[in-house]
Structures are given as structure tokens and as C-alpha cells.
Design a protein around this ligand. Structure first.
Ligand code: UD2
Ligand code: MN
Length: 539
């Protein structure tokens, strides 16, 4: 299973719908609907309406409006979590901060109510930050509803600040010891807060809950895969990946223990307020959406703190395929400038790598003023990105100065690379068009131990019959030895591009076979980026 966080398309926010539809709150709970986290199934007629309304929020609003804002949810925690007793007297207090822009009423209120119902008295306040929503139902109606709720307050930003600006606004007025951030379309489950506060109390960690799935179509609550941690691709897109073997081993021995993650998804985490501010809050130069999660993760790790996930805190989140709201300035500009800022400040020589292969982001780099963030890094005496890769994410698939990096071209024309499909999904290996040597999809990392790595953490593996691209692992079938122009498996077989009579052999299958004088076994190694290039940066 793959969970998608992040989408690089700006929405229309219901542009084709009538004002009346856009501004009205249609929350009308149906008895029993969605209880226990079960899916809500619509009639064929309702499905048509739901489809029409989809662009408003990029989830099924008709379903959400039928589910009580105080619905029950399953307890999906591991039994070893359920039996932990926390010393509530000695845990810090919490301010929960929920920022939103044009969220649906029922979804937003269900987020708030789930927190109120399922948190111990350590919950000091829930701060809603309205990031310049223009929906009528989020105006006075919301004020009135909030006034009736103990501990809940609402802050309004008249201008659109983006999620970073809105979260900073919430954090600045928080009175609890720990800041707990949530997206506005979440539902927390039993016992969610205690493990977060227990860990956040230690003052050196950003602690994330285990994020479960609220279906965008039915709002059913589904457990997400246990074995995941957060990282990112060469294009700096956030990805869930298999954790290291060491983490997997610790998880099976001690399923309730928090474990480290190279990066956080971004929306859901707790941190001691003092640590949040000491490490520089957020980069205020970041617009609307995106990249702040990577920036914060790198900053935390490089500046002496940690990022972890606690499997005992379970929170459901609606992952959406596309972003429903507008991006003032355009989605590309917004994302590129955020990514440029994060990479420039934290990635050292890997920023050069990133900018080289993402020229549109590089073009925006010079217009970014990151002087104060560079000062922050210096003042906090933060470690290098190399330290981060070596120590926090040694399984990473980025090029380094010890790793060969480039394009591998078969003598018959085609290149070695992953056929474009769902990112990270892999599949049978075949010859691909060689494109240009600036094309990230044709570039491979060849590690000293013999792994052939592509972007998205895929490694070339000799499967049963065919060579395949699979998630990198310790499997010996992912080890290749370069012998002159040949790539050999441990058994001494040669990687062969089979003849299938495709043009330039693009699309032809690959497998490891007896070594012969077959030209399909001859590979040309075209080096792209050498150690010198990696270390040419300003740092
Ligand atoms: C993920 C994170 C999200 C954020 C994002 C990268 C999770 C579950 N979600 O994407 O929190 O880190 O990656 O930036 O980890 N919002 C505003 N103003 C805006 C735009 C958004 O207040 O201009 C709010 C929005 O209403 C929501 C929150 O920010 O409550 C996050 O936005 P999202 O849900 O679109 O992000 P998501 O979950 O796709
Ligand atoms: Mn979200």
C-alpha cells in the first residue's frame, strides 16, 4: 500500500458551482452513519451530486455531512500500547493548533470534536487559525459554534498567509507547554495525546503520531501500514518508505516504542514550545503549502534534535489526490520557491545536485532571501547534510562522492532505467529511451557495494526470470558487479538486454543470463557527476 502525501496541482475550489452551494453548511448527520469508522455508502443518485461537489474540498463532502461530528472510532493501537499507563500528573500540557483555509464545516468540526472528546485534561486549548477563508459558513456561524465549546478559540488572519504563517500565528499565542499541530481534516483516536506528550516532554524531539487513513470517498477509518517512515525523492517529493532493518527489528521487539524517521509528513506533530522557538519556528518566507515539512525535518536533525513517530498515537487524516484551494502566485511558483529555500539553506552540496536537475527551481533560487535562515543555521551550529544522510538515513539513494552516478547505456541503444509509472512502484526492467543526460529518470547511482539505485529508492534486482526494479533492500539479488562493460550477478550471470526487435531496443526486457559475446550484455557507463562536482558548493 502506498499513501500519497502532497500533490502538485492547484485546485479550482469549486469554481463551477453556484455561490449558494459553495457558502452553505449542509451538515445533517444521519443516525449511525460512519460510526465505528465504517464507510458511508451513497445511493447512485447521491454519488452524482457528490461527484459534482468533489472539487470543493477534494473529498466526498456529502459523506462527511452525513457523519456525526462526534462519531465513534475503532481503537487500532497495538495491545502493548493500550496497556501503557501514563503518569498524567507529570506530563506537560498541550495547545492543539489547527490551521485551515476554506475547510468543510463537518470535517473541521469533527477534527475539533475528536480532540475534545478523546484528550485528557492535559489539553489546555485548541487554537483554530482561519487562514483567510471566504466561505460564509466559516464566519459568524463558526464563531458562535466555537463560543459554546470549552477550551476552543479561533484566530483569524485577514490575509492568506499559507500554512506556515497560519501555524506561526497559532504557535505565538499558545499557552500550553507542548504545541500539537493537526490538519483540519483529521480524527484522533483513543489515547492519541498521551504518547505524544510523553515523548515531547523530553525537549529534543519532534514527535509525530502514526497517521492512519480516512478515505476521501467514504471517510472510513483504515489502519495504515505499520512499516513506514518518511523520506523524500531526488525531486524532494515527500515519500513513505520502508524503514531501515534496524528500525524494523526494534519495532517488532518493542511495538510501542517511538522510532526515528528521516522526515515528517508535516501536518501532524507535537513539540515542546521552547524547542520549537529555539530552533527557529518555521521559515516565514515559505508560501501557502509545501516543503516546510522537509525544512523542519532537516533543521531538527541537523541542529541536534530528532524526528520520531510514536506507533501508540493514532490519528486519521484525509489524504487527497489534489489540492482543492487556490495558490496565489501559481502552484509552481509557490512550490519552487519553498523548495529552493529549503534546499539552499540545508542541503549543502546536495543542493547543487538538486538545482542542477531541477532548473525551474534553480531559476527561482536567486530571488529568495534566506540570509536569516543561514544565520540561524550558523548560530545553532548545525551539522552538515552529509552528516544527516550518513547518520539519519544511511539507506538513502542520493549520489555521494563514494558512489558512481550517471547513465548506463546498452550497446544496442536503450538505457537502464525505471519505466515511468507510479513513483516508487517499480516493476519489470526494460530498456528505456536514453533521453538527455540531464534527465533524472535515466540517471542511476552505483554504490561501492554493488547496488544500482534509481530515484524513488528503487534497486535493480534479478527476479525469477526477469530483472525487476524493487524497493532497495539487503537482498543479495540486488548486488551487481561491474566487470569491464558487463554487469554481473553474484552467480556470475550477465545483465542482458534481450532482443525483442523494438526500435533501439526500447521496451525490450532484461534478465541475467550466461555471459557470452551478446552485445545486449555490453553496457556503457556514462558518468554524470563526479566527486568534484558534488563538492563544488559554497559551503
Ligand atoms: C502534507 C501535510 C501538511 C503540510 C503539507 C506540506 C500531513 C498529513 N499533511 O499535505 O500538513 O505539511 O504536506 O506543506 O502531513 N492550509 C492553510 N492555508 C493554506 C494552505 C493550507 O491554512 O494556504 C491548511 C489546510 O487547510 C490544512 C493544512 O494547511 O489544514 C495542510 O494542508 P493540506 O491538507 O492541503 O496538506 P496535505 O495534507 O496535502
Ligand atoms: Mn491534509
Amino acid at each position: 500500500m502506498r499513501v500519497i502525501v502532497g500533490h502538485y496541482v492547484g485546485g479550482t475550489s469549486g469554481a463551477n458551482l453556484s455561490e449558494d452551494v459553495i457558502h452553505k453548511n449542509n451538515y445533517a448527520p444521519v443516525l449511525g452513519a460512519g460510526e465505528g469508522g465504517r464507510p458511508v455508502v451513497l445511493s447512485p443518485r447521491e454519488l452524482i451530486t457528490a461527484k459534482e461537489l468533489y472539487s470543493l474540498h477534494s473529498y466526498n463532502i456529502l459523506v462527511s455531512d452525513k457523519i456525526s461530528i462526534t462519531r465513534s472510532l475503532p481503537d487500532v493501537r497495538n495491545p502493548s500500547c493500550q496497556s501503557i499507563e501514563y503518569d498524567l500528573e507529570n506530563l506537560p500540557t498541550a495547545s492543539v493548533i489547527i490551521v485551515f483555509h476554506n475547510e468543510a464545516w463537518s470535517t473541521l468540526m469533527r477534527t475539533v470534536m475528536s480532540v475534545l472528546i478523546r484528550s485528557p485534561s492535559l489539553l489546555k486549548q485548541v487554537i483554530l487559525v482561519d487562514d483567510a477563508s471566504d466561505r460564509k459558513y466559516l464566519g459568524k456561524d463558526l464563531d458562535d459554534a466555537v463560543k459554546k465549546l470549552d477550551k476552543v478559540l479561533i484566530l483569524r488572519s485577514p490575509e492568506r498567509r499559507g500554512l506556515v504563517g497560519a501555524r506561526l500565528m497559532g504557535a505565538a499565542s499558545a499557552t500550553g507547554d507542548v504545541l500539537v499541530f493537526l490538519d483540519a481534516h483529521c480524527e484522533v483516536t483513543k489515547g492519541w495525546l498521551e504518547p505524544l506528550l510523553d515523548r515531547a516532554g523530553s525537549d529534543d524531539v519532534f514527535i509525530c503520531p502514526h497517521i492512519d487513513l480516512l478515505s476521501e470517498d467514504t471517510l472510513s477509518y483504515t489502519k495504515s501500514i505499520d512499516a513506514h517512515w518518511g523520506a523524500f525523492s531526488w525531486r524532494l517529493h515527500f515519500r513513505w518508505l520502508m524503514p531501515s532493518n534496524e528500525v524494523m527489528k526494534n519495532k517488532s521487539e518493542n511495538p510501542s516504542k517511538p522510532y526515528p524517521t528521516p522526515a515528517m509528513a508535516g501536518g501532524l506533530f507535537a513539540v515542546r514550545k521552547s524547542l520549537f522557538w529555539r530552533l527557529g519556528g518555521y521559515d516565514e518566507g515559505m508560501l501557502i503549502w509545501g516543503a516546510e515539512n522537509l525544512e523542519l525535518s532537516w533543521r531538527a536533525w541537523q541542529c541536534g534534535a530528532r524526528v520520531e513517530i510514536t506507533p501508540c498515537s493514532r490519528v486519521g487524516h484525509i489524504f487527497r489526490r489534489r489540492s482543492p484551494y487556490r495558490y496565489p502566485g501559481g502552484v509552481t511558483h509557490v512550490l519552487s520557491s519553498n523548495l529552493a529555500r529549503a534546499a539552499t539553506v540545508w542541503m549543502d552540496e546536495w543542493a547543487d545536485f538538486y538545482f542542477k536537475f531541477n532548473p525551474s527551481v534553480a531559476a527561482i533560487r536567486d530571488s529568495q532571501n534566506v540570509g536569516d535562515r543561514v544565520d540561524l543555521r550558523r548560530n545553532l551550529k548545525c551539522k552538515s547534510f552529509k552528516w544527516y544522510l550518513d547518520n539519519v538515513w544511511p539507506q538513502h539513494f542520493f549520489p555521494t562522492n563514494e558512489r558512481w552516478f550517471g547513465r548506463i547505456r546498452n550497446d544496442r541503444g536503450a538505457c537502464l532505467g525505471v519505466v515511468a509509472a507510479t513513483p516508487g512502484l517499480g516493476g519489470p526492467a526494460a530498456g528505456i529511451d536514453c533521453g538527455t543526460d540531464m534527465d533524472i529518470d535515466r540517471l542511476l547511482v552505483f554504490t561501492p557495494e554493488g547496488k544500482l539505485m534509481a530515484d524513488e529508492g528503487l534497486c535493480l534486482e534479478q527476479g525469477n526470470g526477469r530483472a525487476v526494479w524493487k524497493g532497495c533492500s539487503d537482498n543479495g539479488k540486488q548486488i551487481w558487479e561491474q566487470k569491464g562493460p558487463r554487469l554481473k550477478t553474484k552467480e556470475g550471470l550477465c545483465l542482458t538486454l534481450m532482443k525483442n526487435n523494438n526500435k533501439e531496443s526500447v521496451g525490450d526486457p532484461m534478465t541475467a543470463k550466461m555471459c557470452t559475446n551478446n552485445v545486449g550484455q555490453i553496457w556503457h557507463f556514462e558518468r554524470c557527476l563526479g566527486a568534484d562536482d558534488m563538492y563544488s558548493s559554497v559551503w
